[in-house]
Design a protein around this ligand. Structure first.
Ligand SMILES: Cc1cc2nc3c(=O)[nH]c(=O)nc-3n(C[C@H](O)[C@H](O)[C@H](O)COP(=O)(O)OP(=O)(O)OC[C@H]3O[C@@H](n4cnc5c(N)ncnc54)[C@H](O)[C@@H]3O)c2cc1C
Length: 309
């Protein structure tokens, strides 16, 4: 992104009263509490502000625009990332109509689950406790305890930055597979809203199921430490955490990055872990697991570097 492009975007943001931060520390916007800065961070507070921002950025190359939600599955490089990060958490309306829950891109998964519970709608309980947003969950096809977003997504709506239009995809058109969606292959398409189709249920039972899943998370996961959840995707017929533990890597540390002693699939930030510390630890774990078990682990956490997103 050139200086001129950045100044043009800031002019548009000022004209529309849209919040932004220059040279923003992305550690503040990532659950890892680590990572470098981004040249420009924009915080739209409504879908119409989001459209203005995306239009203002439309001349930028795709690798200079990144839309994020809660930052619970990403880590920014140490060098200042030369692009515009658009954080959607201010756009977070959730409504219910019949068996459908509709959510804006920045709505937290817990808010969506709470709406489903209030309206006695069952199907999203598995997602309770995933600390992401609607957009991030659709992008990642987030899942847990045998469920995934693709099971309940009726549609997603996206804004196509290059073609300047809004498009609706039915569930099947989202091209979902394990931790993958249409959006992973189409960086110019930004999830703006989604609809979830749920079944009639009982609020008390839904509440109990969600509490049980949360209790399991608290028991098994290092929720008191900054992290981005499971670092690696689940390899076929195995669990990344079990393989890492089997290789004796629990507690392995580089700088302030540590393979969690509670759940080996997590890397936690014990203080001031840098992007470099975390990446080196990821590479060390991958190399040892490959050598000792023959399994090639694949990173689930998105590592954001200049020149790629
Ligand atoms: C403690 C902990 C536990 C976790 N447990 C689980 C779990 O059980 N299951 C699971 O699947 N994940 C889990 N995660 C990972 C993470 O919460 C999910 O992947 C979540 O869906 C990411 O949402 P987010 O809003 O934080 O996305 P971000 O981290 O902000 O972004 C992730 C990716 O989605 C893209 N994105 C975000 N919003 C949009 C949008 N509106 N349009 C287009 N692209 C977008 C970003 O560009 C980025 O590539 C866990 C993480 C933590 C920290």
């Amino acid at each position: 992104m050139s200086k001129i492009q950045c100044e043009h975007i800031i002019k548009v943001l000022n004209e529309h009263g849209i919040k932004y931060e220059r040279s923003a520390s992305m550690a503040n916007y990532s659950t890892f509490r680590s990572g470098g800065r981004a040249a420009l961070l924009v915080l739209p507070q409504s879908l119409s502000q989001l459209t203005v921002v995306l239009e203002a950025c439309s001349a930028l190359p795709s690798e200079n625009i990144l839309v994020i939600g809660k930052g619970s599955n990403l880590l920014f490089c140490e060098d200042e990332w030369n692009g515009v990060v658009i954080c959607t958490v201010g756009i977070n309306s959730v409504t219910c109509e019949g068996n459908f829950v509709f959510a804006d891109c920045g709505a937290s998964i817990s808010k969506i689950c709470a709406c489903a519970e209030r309206n006695a709608l069952s199907g999203l309980e598995f997602a309770y406790g995933i600390p992401g947003s609607c957009g991030g969950a659709v992008f990642m096809n987030a899942g847990a305890y045998g469920g995934q977003i693709s099971d309940v997504l009726s549609f997603s709506e996206y804004y196509d930055i290059k073609n300047h239009k809004t498009v609706r995809l039915t569930g099947i058109e989202n091209d979902f597979s394990y931790r993958h969606s249409f959006y992973a292959d189409n960086p110019d398409c930004v999830v703006i809203r989604a609809g979830f189709e749920l079944c009639d249920g009982n609020s008390e039972e839904i509440h109990m199921k969600m509490s049980e899943y949360m209790a399991r998370r608290k028991e098994k996961q290092p929720l008191d430490m900054p992290s981005a959840g499971s670092v690696f995707k689940r390899p076929p017929n195995a669990f990344a955490g079990a393989l890492i533990e089997q290789c004796g890597l629990k507690g392995t540390r580089i700088g302030d990055a540590e393979v969690s002693t509670k759940h080996a699939g997590f890397i936690v930030n014990c203080g001031n872990a840098s992007f470099g510390d975390i990446c080196s630890l990821i590479e060390r774990v991958k190399a040892e697991v490959l050598e000792k078990t023959g399994v090639a682990l694949e990173c689930e956490v998105r590592l954001i570097r200049n020149g790629s997103v």
